[in-house]
Write a protein that binds this ligand. Structure first.
Ligand SMILES: Nc1ncnc2c1ncn2[C@@H]1O[C@H](COP(=O)(O)OP(=O)(O)OP(=O)(O)O)[C@@H](O)[C@H]1O
Length: 339
């Protein structure tokens, strides 16, 4: 087990006064209310996993990541990451983890991007040959040649995020914590960064824990989802098991021989649409899939069968709105990422 947290809990004092004068008064008199933002979270993450830590706004995701990365101390509970206590063994811990907060920078604003990496080399004490090899590989993978010598303040958001990614990984950490790494990026930059993350997880075996509202990231990268709401874990399991929590239809797509479409055979099941020689059906379960395929095969030569699962964002939308997590398993057997 590479990451373990038991009953992880964090309280904040919040001040709810209507005017700044009253707020100051509350602060001086220490009269804020206690809000439990993370409430008894248990986590067990194995080496090599790529875990999506998801939940609506205000669920407590960033606060959890901050506790796991050693920035915040828990109010209650225990954390062991790589056998270390993040808030106690800070120096040793920092060598082993990488952190990326999409809304903050860890680069030196006025220096050329390359200089930030040189500074990190000195901070982490990275041997020159490892550093050079690693930096070259990252520059290639993220296509950073054009802007590596530009001051960070002049970089576009997409360029800077690539720089942040390298800064988080240059010291070869075993774990990477990501908080909204693709926020505000265009489709190309997002794609490049997702590809890069898949690479470092698969090839370098870096364990990744990601929070993101960008469901593209989740669909593409995460096999396991941990879902929290109001500070509590509501689901922990495979992404496909999360889809099963809501009764949303799948889409069955049958591609049939082009000539057959012209015959316009009556079907016992009505497709929801037809596109060229493709027929689209909404299906509730596997039994219905078999029935429709069998019935269609009577009239058409079926060339190809595709099934589209419900999209994770529509699954999450339904769960966040209904708050109906009762059927959700808390923990499941997790498949290894790279069997
Ligand atoms: N330093 C702090 N002091 C007081 N309250 C805080 C502090 N940090 C976070 N909070 C509160 O904790 C709650 C959870 O915040 P957190 O950033 O963990 O949520 P989140 O799930 O990451 O949300 P989002 O998806 O909107 O980023 C919020 O109500 C926030 O105001």
């Amino acid at each position: 087990m590479i990451i373990q947290a038991k009953h992880l809990t964090r309280d904040f004092k919040i001040y709810k006064a209507r005017s700044s004068f009253h707020m100051l008064n509350q602060i001086l008199r220490r009269k804020g209310e206690i809000k439990r933002v993370v409430d008894g979270v248990d986590l067990e993450i194995q080496e090599g996993e790529f875990v999506g830590y998801l939940g609506p706004n205000d669920a407590g995701k960033s606060t959890t990541i901050k506790m796991l990365s050693g920035v915040l101390q828990p109010t209650l509970g225990e954390i062991s990451v790589l056998g270390l206590n993040p808030s106690k063994d800070r120096k040793k811990y920092a060598q082993q983890i990488g952190v990326l907060y999409g809304q903050r920078t860890q680069l030196w604003w006025d220096l050329p991007l390359r200089d930030s990496f040189d500074l990190l080399k000195a901070i982490y004490n990275i041997p020159q040959t490892d550093f050079t090899k690693r930096l070259h590989r990252f520059i290639e993978l993220l296509d950073m040649h054009e802007f590596i010598n530009q001051p960070v303040r002049q970089l576009s958001l997409g360029q800077r995020m690539k720089g942040e990614m390298v800064a988080a990984l240059i010291h070869n950490p075993r774990i990477l914590f990501l908080d909204e790494p693709t926020i505000g990026l265009d489709v190309l930059a997002k794609d490049r960064i997702q590809e890069f993350l898949a690479y470092i997880n698969k090839e370098e075996k870096v364990t990744v824990m990601l929070t993101s509202h960008n469901m593209d990231d989740v669909e593409r990268l995460c096999k396991r989802i941990i879902l929290i709401d109001q500070g509590k874990v509501k689901f922990d399991g495979a992404k496909d098991a999360l889809r099963d929590l809501v009764k949303q239809s799948k889409l069955l797509i049958l591609e049939v021989a082009a000539g057959d479409m012209k015959l316009n055979h009556p079907l016992p099941y009505a497709p929801i649409k037809e596109e060229g020689n493709r027929l689209f059906f909404e299906v509730a379960d596997d039994a219905e899939v078999s029935q429709i395929i069998a019935a269609s095969a009577q009239s058409y030569s079926i060339l190809k069968v595709d099934i589209e699962e419900p999209k994770i964002d529509s699954v999450l939308k339904e769960l966040y709105l209904s708050k109906n997590y009762q059927a959700a398993p808390r923990r499941m057997v997790i498949e290894p990422i790279n069997p």
